[in-house]
Design a protein around this ligand. Structure first.
Ligand code: UDP
Length: 319
């Protein structure tokens, strides 16, 4: 008698923004956990370099498409992860309309795909929905303080719309949805010139150029290493919780402290140079992660010094 052939069913995940910083790390994790991944990206801020190592992987398929256009897939889908969006303040200043469109029309298309396929859906939302927060640290119950017409409004409002649309599909169409609010994240595959503070400070430090701290540098952020973040997001998708969950690292630093940490980690001769603060730059940001701890049994593990060493190593080859 011939041996019985054991068929192992692989879940299929669709990742929008698969060539981006977070989308590509998520894709790697899903492949490692036995998923088949269909990645979609239009490369406006994503890069083919982030997925080049997947060429020839039979469990990965790539579609170059703008996700604001109708998404047609002629196969079953189990999970939709909507990560496509410009995400750095410099990028969304350059692409304000695409940013609004991918958060609104793109979320609608991605939700429509999930509904059609009976798939579970997760939206990559953001701490930016809290705006310049008046509650600190930020809990998921806080509604935010956003300037709708300011330079960051295109991103903040697109993501707020995306959350509202996600809840509407959940309530109206009973789609199983998840909302993650992502706080500042760093690691390999960030773009050197995306304008965000981590690549900016590291590239300046590695070349012994002045570190450009905006404003008086007393504004705070809390930085999560990418592997911690992606693990938290994966756990959220696999949970049964449909309200928003903050995922981020609660260790809070001023931008001057952060500049000093990077100077030390790179053994740089750079000095701090103060530059004007961009409009509506949030004064403080730190996630309250009580929910993630309780519901997902998740908390960040990678210490800033260890994460920075990995990020610095990546940027070494790029500057
Ligand atoms: N920042 C800075 N120097 C830079 C880039 C950014 O001091 O060269 C500051 C920025 O003003 C903000 C913080 O670093 O207070 C984080 O900025 P980023 O653009 O990384 O993201 P944000 O958290 O503002 O979305």
């Amino acid at each position: 008698m011939p041996n019985k052939i054991k068929t192992v069913r692989r879940p299929t995940s669709v990742v929008t923004g698969a060539a981006g910083f977070l989308g590509s790390h998520l894709t790697d994790l899903l492949l490692a956990r036995g998923h088949r991944v269909i990645g979609i990206d239009n490369f406006i801020t994503g890069s083919v370099d982030n997925i080049a190592h997947l060429a020839g992987n039979r469990n990965f398929k790539f579609i170059q498409q703008d996700v604001t256009e109708f998404l047609f897939l002629n196969e079953p889908v189990n999970y939709v992860w909507h990560f496509a969006s410009p995400a750095s303040p410099v990028d969304y200043l350059e692409f304000p309309i695409q940013t609004l469109k991918v958060g609104s029309l793109g979320t609608h298309k991605a939700l429509g795909l999930a509904k059609e396929k009976g798939a579970r859906f997760l939206i990559a939302s953001t701490s930016e929905i809290y705006g310049d927060p008046l509650v600190h640290p930020q809990t998921e119950e806080y509604w935010g303080n956003v300037n709708t017409i300011g330079p960051r409004g295109c991103y903040d409002e697109a993501k707020r719309f995306a959350e509202a649309m996600t809840m509407a599909y959940h309530r109206e169409h009973k789609v199983a949805t998840r909302i993650v609010r992502i706080f500042n994240t760093y690691g390999p595959r960030m773009r050197l010139h995306d304008g965000r503070v981590v690549p900016a400070f590291i590239s300046q430090a590695l070349t012994n150029k002045p570190i450009t701290v905006f404003g008086d540098g007393k504004q705070t952020r809390s930085f999560c290493y990418v592997s911690d973040l992606i693990e938290g997001i994966y756990r959220l998708m696999m949970s049964n919780y449909s309200l928003p969950v903050n995922i981020g690292n609660p260790v809070e630093l001023t931008m001057v402290q952060f500049a000093e940490a990077i100077i030390k980690a790179t053994k740089s001769r750079s000095k701090i140079m103060f530059k004007p603060l961009p409009q509506d730059d949030p004064k403080q940001r730190k996630p309250d992660i009580t929910k993630a701890r309780k519901l997902l049994k998740w908390e960040p593990k990678v210490k800033l010094a260890d994460g920075l060493a990995k990020a610095i190593n990546y940027f070494h080859g790029k500057v």
